[in-house]
Structure formats: structure tokens, C-alpha cells
Ligand binder design. Sequence first.
Ligand SMILES: Cc1cc2nc3c(=O)[nH]c(=O)nc-3n(C[C@H](O)[C@H](O)[C@H](O)COP(=O)(O)OP(=O)(O)OC[C@H]3O[C@@H](n4cnc5c(N)ncnc54)[C@H](O)[C@@H]3O)c2cc1C
Length: 286
Amino acid sequence: MEFLRPTTWAEALAAKADQPDAVPLQGGTDVMVEINFSVRRPPALLDLTAVPELATWSGDGDRYRIGAAVPYSTIIAELGGALPGLAQAARTVGSPQIRNRGSVGGNLGAASPAGDSHPPLLAAGAAVEVESRERGVRTIPAEEFYLGVKRSALLPDELIKAVHVQPAAGPQYFAKVGTRNAMVIAVCSFAVALHPAERRVGTGLGSAAPTPRRALEAEEFLAAELDWSAPLEPALLARFAELCASAAAPIDDVRGTADYRRHAIAVLARRTLTWAWQDHLERRAA
Ligand SMILES: Cc1cc2nc3c(=O)[nH]c(=O)nc-3n(C[C@H](O)[C@H](O)[C@H](O)COP(=O)(O)OP(=O)(O)OC[C@H]3O[C@@H](n4cnc5c(N)ncnc54)[C@H](O)[C@@H]3O)c2cc1C
């Protein structure tokens, strides 16, 4: 197996263009497991850990740009205020060791329906910045990025450079059901992001369909029915939960049945919206 180690972004793009079957390596917390268990044996590994610009984030009042290699531990320590949904999801990933190595870029690269960063990115309306040597930069909205189980819109000669997310305009929550509290792949997960100025609520479902996805009907329902100055009506909350569950298209597997997943999505949707709404009303009252 060849081992390529570019030290600049231009070199990394050139290596991927010349050898599209080279597998990018960021934190390695997915790639190395797959190699160790002989799930894949790529002809070449493209180690991106020496490309400095991937490891930094920047942000202002309008937009945050998180380099593909920024680890979960940095997101937790430095971005919890601006991007609370993503930071909450990051806190649930693996163990401290995995959070020190694993990155949102790697989560996107793997495009697993169970990846924890996907629901908050969908709920917040994030976009993925990818680049190739031949065609330059493309910015792909998160909802167009996931195409199938572990399949994304990334083309063979492209690399993920960063993810762009607007700072939270309102309360955000992420919740996950697993067979235990830590070191577990989500049975299902859910994220909610309030956008009070737009009178809109964003959603993201994880591990509940072939791809992470938004519950669009549920979002449209809230946009039409919510009174942003009043407590949540129980009937409205119940209908929101029901529409989120019906947006799921889960499977039965060793971690849970499709029925359980649908039920759990409804519970998480109700729970996270309740938390977010409480924060929203408290902020209005303050
Ligand atoms: C013990 C353990 C626990 C885990 N727990 C969780 C969990 O709770 N939640 C969760 O979501 N995940 C979990 N994971 C999976 C993994 O940690 C995450 O998916 C992590 O985000 C991967 O990031 P990485 O930087 O290590 O990616 P890598 O392993 O380096 O890469 C992952 C994939 O992305 C591709 N890739 C990486 N960088 C780029 C790039 N710049 N451009 C294009 N493609 C790229 C790689 O080729 C590969 O296909 C766990 C893994 C382990 C081993």
C-alpha cells in the first residue's frame, strides 16, 4: 500500500487528482478500523494530517468555517457557544481519545447514516466545501451531500476542505439513543435548531434512514403553526413528533428495530423541541 503525505492543500488535491482511488486519512478513527479489520485494502492512503489549513477554524457573527481536520475536542472546547448543536453531538462521540482524533471532515467523508455530526449540520443549514484540482471549489448544502448509505456527493478526485455553519440564531439541541451511554453507535439521533428571526425550525434525523435527513413536513408544519410568543401546545408538539417519525425510513438491525427507531425519533423530537422552546421563551423574557 502506498502512503502519500502531502504538506500543502495544492499537493493534496494533486495527489487525489492523479490517484482518485487513494483513500484520504484524517483522524483515522474510521479508516484505520476498516484497514485493521480488512474491510478495505486501498492501493494508497492519502494522509492529510500534515496539511495545516485543514486543522483550523475561523468565524465571525455571520458564518463559521471549520476545517475538515478540526477534531471534536476542539469543537467542544471552542465552539460550544456559537454552534451548540454540533458541540452537543461532538460530546457524544466515542471516547476522549476518539474525540481528540476524529473530525467532522472524517464524519462527512464516511457519510454513515449514524454519524453524529450530520443531524446538527442539517438542522443548522450547514454547507460542505469540497475542492478538486480540475474544477476548483464546490459548496454543497448538507442536505444534498448525503446520497445513500455511506455514499456522498463527493467525487473521486475531490477532497473535503471545510464545513460552513452559521452561528446559532436560537436554541439548538441534539439527542441520541444508544444501547449504553458512551462508545456506542447511535440507534437513532435527532437535532433541532430554532431560527426565531425567520420563524423557522430546522431538524436533522440520524440513523433513521439510508441517509441523514431533515423532517421537511415537520418543519413546514411548525413554520405554519407555531406561535413564537406562546408556550408549546401539547397537540402541536405531538403532531411535530409524529411528522418527524414519519420522515424516518429505518431498518431492523442488531441495534434496534425499525419500529423502535420510529418511536425513539418521536420521543427525541418532542424532547429536544421542548428544551429548545423553553430556552427560547426564557430568552424572550430576559
Ligand atoms: C471506538 C470508536 C467510537 C466511535 N464513536 C463514534 C460516535 O459516537 N459517533 C460517530 O459519529 N462516530 C463514531 N466513530 C466513528 C469516527 O470516529 C467518526 O466517524 C469520525 O468523525 C471520523 O473522523 P476521522 O477524522 O477519524 O476520519 P477518518 O477515519 O480519517 O476518515 C473517515 C472517512 O472520511 C474520509 N475522509 C477523511 N478526511 C477526508 C477529506 N478531507 N476529504 C474527503 N474524505 C475524507 C476517509 O477517506 C474515510 O472514508 C467511532 C469510531 C471508533 C473507532
